[in-house]
Ligand binder design. Structure first.
Ligand code: SF4
Length: 331
């Protein structure tokens, strides 16, 4: 019997985002399937975070989003009223931010903030909401969860605050969880614990997780599918094993060459680097935006570059599939 087709939960087609008329995202496509982790990778300034904020309807006041399609479980997010969108947000789709201290309200206890999310979307008594909050804190491996409910964010360590943020995001059983660099502000050992926790929750709860990161080691461990962003565009997208085994866009290959892979990179071997920097937002591009940094660039790269696909693997580059052979540094 053939496997059931995967169900798309979030569909983004030709998403454009601008701030004060300056383009930050110039036509991003991605699909997040139910029960899968989709990692969005790229250097800072490539448009990953604003893409997530646009999906959640949380762009800054001067931000504008347009798309051919931006749909959550078939609902057109561009046509939803603000009140219907805020019903969806925090309920069926939730977000975890980079720095929990700026996302948690310092004036309210953890319990009050978690209970408010639940009661706003699901109703019920404060006692019921606090019971649920305690259960979720325990699930997120917060020690003494009942005690934590009465504490304020400043009384918690960075790792505990991030666990609280994750537990709060799960209060209403979301189907989609968007996590924007959720471990950036944490030290390395806590990072590993939080990522392990997210992996376990994603698997156990069947969440669709859209994870934004610039850490390819994290991607290799967690992703079912990966989209690589550069200068406001998705330049390559593929199932994780395919992307790591057969990276095709020169930018993806450059990113992979920067990662030390045990057993594949000698101790005395210098790591790769990508020359230059990501262009600033609003920069007008003719042709491939990576052209100034690409060792494979040629005259035709200055013209419109097609999106090529082979099965579930797609990339935006003039080079043919397999142009460089398999990745020597693939994780
Ligand atoms: S289109 Fe040209 S410049 Fe852009 S990544 Fe491909 S080879 Fe490099």
């Amino acid at each position: 019997m053939s496997a059931a087709p995967r169900a798309a939960l979030l569909e983004v087609r030709n998403l454009r985002i601008s701030f004060g008329g300056l383009a930050a995202v110039r036509g991003a496509d991605l699909t997040v399937y139910r029960g899968e982790t989709h990692c969005l990778v790229g250097e800072s300034g490539c448009g990953k975070s604003v893409t997530a904020l646009a999906v959640m309807g949380l762009l800054a006041r001067n931000g504008r989003r347009k798309a051919d399609r931006l749909a959550f479980d078939g609902q057109d997010l561009l046509r939803l009223s603000e009140s219907r969108l805020s019903k969806l947000r925090g309920d069926r789709m939730a977000m975890i931010f980079q720095e929990p201290m700026t996302s948690l309200n310092p004036a309210y206890t953890v319990g009050s903030q978690m209970a408010e999310v639940y009661r706003r979307h699901r109703g019920g008594t404060r006692a019921e909401a606090l019971d649920r909050a305690e259960d979720l804190l325990a699930k997120c491996r917060v020690t003494s969860p009942r005690l934590r409910l009465g504490q304020y964010p400043h009384q918690l360590s960075g790792g505990l605050r991030q666990r609280v943020m994750i537990a709060m995001a799960l209060m209403c059983d979301p189907e989609l969880l968007v996590a924007d660099e959720p471990t950036t502000a944490l030290d390395v050992t806590v990072q590993a614990q939080i990522l392990r926790l997210l992996m376990d929750l994603q698997r156990d709860l069947g969440l669709a997780l859209m994870l934004i990161t610039h850490d390819l080691g994290v991607v290799a461990r967690m992703a079912h599918r990966v989209s690589v962003m550069y200068a406001g565009e998705v330049v390559e997208s593929a199932p994780a094993a395919e992307l790591f085994g057969n990276p095709t866009h020169p930018y993806t290959r450059g990113l992979l060459a920067c990662v030390p892979v045990p057993g594949k990179v000698r101790r005395d071997q210098p790591l790769g680097s990508i020359p230059g920097v990501v262009p600033r937002i609003g920069h007008g591009f003719a042709g491939c935006a990576f052209r100034d940094r690409c060792g494979q660039a040629r005259a035709e790269c200055a013209r419109t570059v097609p999106w090529r696909t082979s099965g579930e693997h797609g990339y935006r580059c003039i080079l043919p599939p397999g142009w460089a052979g398999p990745a020597s540094l693939a994780a």
